[in-house]
Structures are given as structure tokens and as C-alpha cells.
Design a protein around this ligand. Structure first.
Ligand code: NAD
Length: 495
């Protein structure tokens, strides 16, 4: 069976040790074995990054950016193969995988802008004959730990910007769908990246803990579920590292009585069920304002969901594919069961959808009405194709509900009222806000992140915050006294 190894110092290695199967979730078959890095293997990757750092840090930013230009071309030339690998191991349909890849490529495009981003600031004559400037220096070895649901895009949020800023990187992708991530990292080497600048170690908690506690790792970017994000943030911080840890979500969309209901239904259907709801920006709660809006919304969603097509990644006419593992399928089905037991109304039950391969990890689109806080399907992140509907009487009530939730990643308001939209975006306690835009994922030249327990740390991912995260500011003040001029000691504070 195919083995997925590690990429260390420019070469794929397959040391002896623990391993686990990688599944094709569309069929339920194991198609490969992924190696799980030991502490020693992670230390080897860190050592390789550390050795590459002095030369890479002193490589002109324009030269580093040129590698990124070439990398972008290779990503585009290999898009079909990348989408196939994503689909094979994640289950995403090719149109969705292509969308993910495109958003990743946009982060590479942003990284191509490095010479401009790293220019720093300069002031001449801050005092007599004194010049001062601030520069953005790389940190050294930085690590990234990524989730299964965007095996191409989320790593591309991290290492292109980190590397182009002069750092060397160790990536620990999700062990559940590692092949597209590894393939992409190999393309970066084909683009001319020197060995050791990017290393990829596959693995689980042992690999993560080795990165979080190693003295040579200066900073850690993490994206994944909230309990692990909190653990990573606390452990990395306790070991003196800079850390940004992006966590889970429960994204609410408010549907106002004045909303264009047909467009809202289309938008919600894509945002709730696309990628099987395995997106941290998926809409998982619709909050309808007023009984009439709620009843219209549920009726129209139910009708729309009759045409949803769920099935294997390889059939591009499908709307969405399977869940990532059989265990996750069981977990999502458990939430659907709990909703009925807790008194909610199951309008569309996606369990046992009609699919050709019964061994695939499929759950169809599910709609649950009359959901309330306190029910498990409301309080917890389901991460499946399940949309719950909550009824409220006013927009303020809807906003209070969102603000009271532990997560604050994304949200959206469907309305035709500009004043309401402005009030909402100004006051809601959520990091990414859409107005009639259900998935307000920021473009690569802005930054991505949530509030509350959706983000631990203070800087968002990629874009301008990414540059700040992967660099350290140094401010230099310089004077070249004229020869022969003597000055006495100054005891007052320089001004
Ligand atoms: P996960 O937290 O299970 O895994 C993420 C990473 O952490 C993986 O690389 C995994 O190997 C590692 N990991 C898992 N358990 C660990 C442990 N006990 N100790 C140390 N490391 C561990 O997340 P997932 O299931 O791969 O991804 C789905 C989650 O990620 C969802 O909660 C989703 O909302 C979240 N997510 C968030 C964002 C965001 O930007 N906020 C983006 C994508 C996904």
C-alpha cells in the first residue's frame, strides 16, 4: 500500500515507526498508510530548518518572492492533480477542491509581494545627524499545525508568507488527508526552494507536542478545533513561543423579515451543506426574525433541499461528498438523534442518504427547526451538513444570541435595510461579518480570524496580520559623528 512519508531537508523520507491508514471517505476503503513522526523525526526536521535559516534569511526578499512566483505557476499547472488528491482523501467534489486551491493560490500571490511588505519604515534626521528605521526581521524556525478540512488552503495561509519573510518552516498537516499537502510542498521545492526551508512532518499528538516544546521553534500557527487550539496556545506560550491558534465555530446567519428570501435560501443552502458542512465558516444556525420569516424560510429550505445531490468526490455533478471518517459520521448522526430527543423538530433527516456506495461516510443535508440554546445541536460545533433554525422576535434578540455563544468566527445578516446592516456589523461580537454574504472569508490581502473562543492569540492569519506574526520589528537609531567632534556625557533623557 502507498506510504505517505515526511519531507525533510528537501527529500521525502519514510523512517520505520508508527503509521495509520488514510481512507477514501467516498468508498470507506483505506488507500494509503501515513507515517506518524516520532519526536526524533520532528527534531530532525527542526534541525534542518535551523540549518537552512542563516542563508535563507540573507537571501534578498525579491529572490525569495521569485520562488513564490514559480510556485504559483506550478500550483496552477497541477491544479487537477491537487484537486483529485484532496477529493480522494477529504471527499470534496472537484469544483469545491478547485475553489479551496484558488484561495490558497491567492495567499501565494500575496506572498509574492514580500519586498514591498518587508520594506519597513525610515526617518531621516530624528535628531541632529541621527537617522532611525524599523525593519521586519524573520523569527527563525516557525511551525504550522493544520486541520483536515482544507488540506491545501490552510497550509498555504501559513508557510508562503512565513518563508517569504525569511523564516524556515516545519509543517504538521492533518494525518487524515496528508497527500495533497505533501504533493504541494514538493512543488515548492520544484519551484527552487532550497532544502530545509520547508519541512513537512506527518503525525499526531507526539509530533505536535515535539514542536510545541522544542526550544528552537520560535512561533506556532495552529488551525483546528477549539479544545486543541486552546491546548496548543497554552503549551506553546508556556514554552516561550509566539502563538496564534484558530479554533472552531458555530456561525449564525440572521434572516430578517425584509430579506430577499429566495436569495437567502440559495445562499444558506450552499453555506450550510457545501463541503458537507466541514468548513469553519459554514453557516450552521439560521436565526429567523419573526414567525412569518421563520415559516417561509423553513418551507423554502425544505423544498430546496429535495434537489441536493450527495455522493462520491469523483462525480462533479454532486453538490457535496462524504464526511471525513466513519467516526465523524457517527458523531454527526448522534447530534441529529439528540435534537429529536431534546424536543427540536427534524424537518429533513439526512441519515441514510441514497448514495451508490453504502460504505462511504455519507450524511445528507439535514434541517432541524425550533432549536434552542441548551440543546447540544445548538451549543456545540457539529461540523456536518446540518442546519438548525432558531426563532426570535427581533434583530437585537438574534444578536444577543450570537454574542452569548462561545464561538465568534463568522456571521451573516440577510436584509435589505442598510441601517440594520450597519448596526449589526458595528456591534456584533464576531471576527468576520457578511451582509448578504454567507461565507465572508477575507481575501488574502486582508486577514482571517474569529473572536471569543474561535481564536487564541491576538493576530489573525495571513494578510497584513500574517506579516506581523512571522516577523519581529527592530528599530535602529544611527549616528555617524563628524571626526574630531567631542561631546560630553548627557545626563538628561535624549530629546
Ligand atoms: P483537530 O483539532 O482535531 O486537528 C487539528 C490538528 O491538531 C491536526 O493536525 C491534528 O493532528 C492535531 N491534533 C489533534 N488532536 C491533537 C492533540 N490531542 N494534541 C495535539 N495535536 C492534536 O481539527 P480537525 O478535526 O482536523 O479540523 C476541524 C476543526 O478545525 C473544526 O473545529 C473547525 O472549525 C476547525 N477549523 C477552524 C478554522 C479557523 O480558521 N478557525 C479553519 C479550519 C478548521
Amino acid at each position: 500500500m502507498n506510504q505517505v512519508g515526511h519531507l525533510i531537508n528537501g527529500a521525502v523520507v519514510t523512517p520505520e515507526g508508527r503509521q495509520q491508514p488514510v481512507y477514501n471517505p467516498s468508498t470507506g476503503d483505506a488507500h494509503a498508510q501515513v507515517l506518524l513522526a516520532s519526536k526524533a523525526t520532528v527534531e530532525e526536521a527542526i534541525a534542518s530548518a535551523k540549518a537552512a535559516f542563516p542563508a535563507w534569511r540573507n537571501t534578498p526578499a525579491s529572490k525569495r518572492a521569485r520562488v513564490m512566483f514559480k510556485f504559483k505557476e506550478l500550483l496552477e499547472a497541477n491544479a487537477d492533480e491537487i484537486a483529485r488528491l484532496i477529493g480522494l482523501e477529504h471527499g470534496k467534489i472537484s469544483h469545491d477542491a478547485m475553489g479551496e486551491l484558488q484561495r490558497g493560490i491567492e495567499n501565494v500571490e500575496f506572498a509574492c509581494y514580500a519586498p514591498e511588505l518587508l520594506k519597513g519604515e525610515h526617518s531621516k534626521n530624528v535628531g541632529p545627524g541621527i537617522d532611525s528605521w524599523s525593519e521586519m526581521q524573520p523569527l527563525g524556525v516557525v511551525a504550522g499545525i493544520t486541520p483536515f478540512n482544507f488540506p491545501a488552503m490552510v497550509p498555504l495561509w501559513m508557510y508562503p508568507l512565513a518563508i517569504v519573510s525569511g523564516n524556515c518552516f516545519v509543517l504538521k498537516p492533518s494525518e487524515r488527508d496528508p497527500s495533497s499537502t505533501l504533493f504541494i510542498a514538493e512543488l515548492l521545492h520544484q519551484a527552487g526552494l532550497p532544502a530545509g526551508v520547508l519541512n513537512v512532518v506527518n503525525g499526531d499528538k507526539e509530533a505536535v507536542d515535539s514542536l510545541l516544546t522544542h526550544p528552537d521553534v520560535e512561533a506556532v500557527s495552529f488551525v483546528g478545533s477549539t479544545p486543541i487550539a486552546e491546548y496548543v496556545y497554552q503549551t506553546a506560550s508556556a514554552h516561550g513561543k509566539r502563538c496564534q491558534a484558530l479554533g472552531g465555530a458555530k456561525n449564525h446567519a440572521i434572516v430578517m423579515p425584509d430579506a430577499d428570501m429566495d436569495n437567502a435560501v440559495e445562499a444558506l443552502t450552499g453555506a450550510a451543506f457545501g463541503s458537507s458542512g466541514e468548513r469553519c465558516m459554514a453557516i450552521s444556525v439560521a436565526v429567523a426574525v419573526g414567525e412569518e420569516a421563520a415559516n417561509t424560510l423553513v418551507r423554502k429550505l425544505k423544498d430546496r433541499m429535495k434537489t441536493l445531490k450527495v455522493g462520491a468526490y469523483s462525480d462533479s455533478s454532486n453538490d457535496f461528498g462524504p464526511l471525513i471518517t466513519v467516526a465523524h459520521q457517527a458523531k454527526v448522526e448522534g447530534y441529529i438523534q439528540s435534537a429529536t430527543e431534546e424536543g427540536a423538530v427534524l424537518v429533513v433527516d439526512g441519515r441514510n442518504p441514497s448514495v451508490t456506495d453504502k460504505n462511504g461516510f455519507f450524511v445528507g443535508g439535514t434541517l432541524i427547526d425550533h432549536v434552542k440554546p441548551g440543546m447540544r445541536c445548538y451549543d456545540e460545533e457539529i461540523f456536518g451538513p446540518v442546519l438548525v433554525v432558531v426563532h426570535v422576535d427581533s434583530m437585537q434578540q438574534a444578536m444577543d444570541l450570537i454574542d452569548a455563544h462561545e464561538y465568534g468566527n463568522g456571521t451573516c445578516l440577510f436584509t435589505r435595510d442598510g441601517e440594520a446592516a450597519r448596526y449589526f456589523s458595528d456591534n456584533i461580537k464576531v471576527g468576520m461579518v457578511g451582509i448578504n454574504v454567507p461565507l465572508p472569508v477575507p481575501v488574502s490581502y486582508h486577514s482571517f480570524g474569529g473572536w471569543k473562543r474561535s481564536l487564541f492569540g491576538d493576530l489573525f492569519a495571513y494578510g497584513p496580520d500574517g506579516v506581523r506574526f512571522y516577523t519581529r520589528r527592530k528599530t535602529i537609531t544611527q549616528r555617524w559623528p563628524s571626526s574630531g567632534v567631542r561631546e560630553g556625557a548627557q545626563f538628561s533623557f535624549p530629546s
